[in-house]
Design a protein around this ligand. Structure first.
Ligand SMILES: Cc1ncc(COP(=O)(O)O)c(C=O)c1O
Length: 472
């Protein structure tokens, strides 16, 4: 029943002692959860009916209390959650998220800064500029680049295309051409379509035998488009494709973009942070030539989910694309960085705090070392799979994606073999032990095992391969 307005005010904040008690309880549950991740199920496949049976409840008119909600979360929600931070979650792209990153999120939620404007964000806006500069410095991108933390790589790709459209003009919506690799991530093309580019202006460039964008094929498409009086203006290269981790020929593509005065974007959502370590830096030479660069701290910078980022060389293009106006914004100092001028959001959280908390606590060298471990364990997984005669690997792991499949049995069709790949993925996941994912590479079904987690040890890798062997 609705309460009368003169009833005692509802306590939306508990008192100080209760806040402390609930906070400690929450952290205790989280710590126990994280400390036992390896022994928990990676996840469980279920239908909406299965999960509603576990978690659905009628709308509570009267509060049920936080203690019960905390128990409900850990007892009913967490067990069947797909744990993308689990040491044996190797599907898609993992999001390992370190505890220091989670603590940064707690600080963000607890202090609740408004990092849309300079006036709202003040010191946290300033911190965002600092951490963006740290990231640029660490990966070797110009430190005077403009940037912004986004909700993820998809939004970072969208921000980049919007900045390119601003620089090259709205008329590109009629005749500007954007080039994406056939192996590129769909989020970039989706962003182009959302911004308003027609399907015929979005061109897919074939890849070579190593799944890298074929520069010759790109040149041919550009010539074809120029001959049709179109304006090639945007190339999206990959610093690590999602399928195989392949890296496009960044230096050659940068030269081609300079020659044709095109915007050179690099989608480094998966692999960009590999440039923190020497091996990655070598492989990703040319990263610094990008006009815009997508990075995803919630992947290979061990930050919590919801933390992407984009760096853009041309601040005027970035801010021109998103400049916000409104009478109600009249008190905001326009000479400072207002992040609402750099992306589609006005109200936005302090995403920076998770990255700041982690990077400041452990330091860059710890993250470099961890990335080196991930690269080494990917090589180990690749070797172990090659040693098992039931599997074949598809290519050397360029970064930390290992693409592999079951070998074809005598008398078996490719379709039957592909069916066994899928069954292996599904059954090994159903066991709760591991998760790998499946994909199509070169028209053939394949499996992918990605190593990206500070909780993954050599033993965990061996266990994953053993489980794959058991289900093979
Ligand atoms: C290469 C690449 N680009 C973009 C994305 C999209 O990033 P997000 O999921 O953070 O939006 C992904 C996600 O895995 C990716 O691997």
């Amino acid at each position: 029943m609705k309460k009368p307005i003169d009833a005692p005010r509802p306590p939306l904040d508990p008192d100080r002692e209760e806040m402390r008690r609930l906070g400690y309880r929450t952290i205790d549950r989280l710590v126990d959860h994280l400390a036992t991740l390896s022994d928990q199920r990676v996840g469980r496949r279920g239908t909406s009916a299965d999960f509603a049976a576990l978690v659905d409840e009628p709308l509570p008119r009267d509060g049920l209390g936080y203690d019960g909600s905390l128990d409900f979360f850990f007892e009913r929600v967490v067990p069947d959650l797909t744990k993308v931070n689990h040491p044996r979650f190797h599907g898609y792209i993992p999001c390992p998220s370190s505890f220091y990153g989670a603590l940064g999120e707690i600080l963000a939620a607890g202090t609740n800064p408004f990092v849309g404007s300079w006036l709202g964000g003040t010191t946290v806006s300033s911190l965002e500029l600092t951490v963006l500069r740290w990231i640029a410095e660490a990966i070797g991108y110009p430190t005077d680049a403009a940037g912004i933390f986004t909700s993820g790589g998809s939004l970072a790709n969208l921000v980049s295309i919007a900045a390119a459209r601003f620089r090259h003009g709205r008329e590109t919506l009629d005749n500007g051409v954007l080039y994406f690799s056939e192996e590129g991530h769909n989020s970039a093309e989706k962003a182009a379509a959302v911004i308003g580019y027609r399907d015929d202006l979005i061109r897919k460039v074939p890849t070579d035998a190593s799944f890298r964008m074929d520069v010759g094929a790109l040149e041919a498409l550009i010539e074809e488009d120029l001959a049709r009086n179109r304006r090639p203006f945007f190339v999206c290269a990959n610093a690590g494709t999602t399928n195989t981790g392949s890296i496009d020929p960044l230096l050659q593509l940068a030269d081609l973009c300079t020659q044709h005065k095109m915007w050179f974007h690099i989608d480094g959502a998966y692999g960009g942070f590999a440039a923190l370590c020497d091996e990655g830096k070598r492989k990703l030479a040319g990263l610094d030539r990008a006009d815009s660069l997508t990075l995803d701290p919630h992947k290979w910078l061990y930050a919590p989910m919801g933390t992407g980022c984009v760096l853009v060389r041309d601040k005027d293009a970035l801010e021109g694309a998103f400049a916000a106006h409104g009478a109600y914004l009249k008190d905001i100092p326009k000479e400072e960085v207002n992040f609402f001028d750099r992306g589609p959001e006005l109200s936005r959280p302090a995403r920076v705090l998770s990255v700041w908390s982690l990077l400041r606590t452990v330091g860059l060298d710890a993250l470099i070392q961890q990335i080196e471990y991930d690269l080494a364990y990917a090589k180990l997984a690749h070797r172990l799979l090659n040693e098992d005669p039931r599997f074949e690997t598809i290519c050397e792991p360029e970064l930390s994606v290992v693409a592999f499949r079951l070998v074809v049995n005598e008398g078996e069709t490719e379709e039957q073999r592909a069916g066994r790949d899928t069954a292996l993925m599904e059954r090994s996941f159903a066991s709760g032990e591991i998760m790998v994912s499946s994909t199509w590479i070169d028209g053939q079904s394949s499996l992918r095992l990605v190593v990206m987690n500070h909780r993954t040890t050599e033993d965990e890798i061996r266990r994953t391969i053993r489980v794959l062997g058991e289900f093979a």
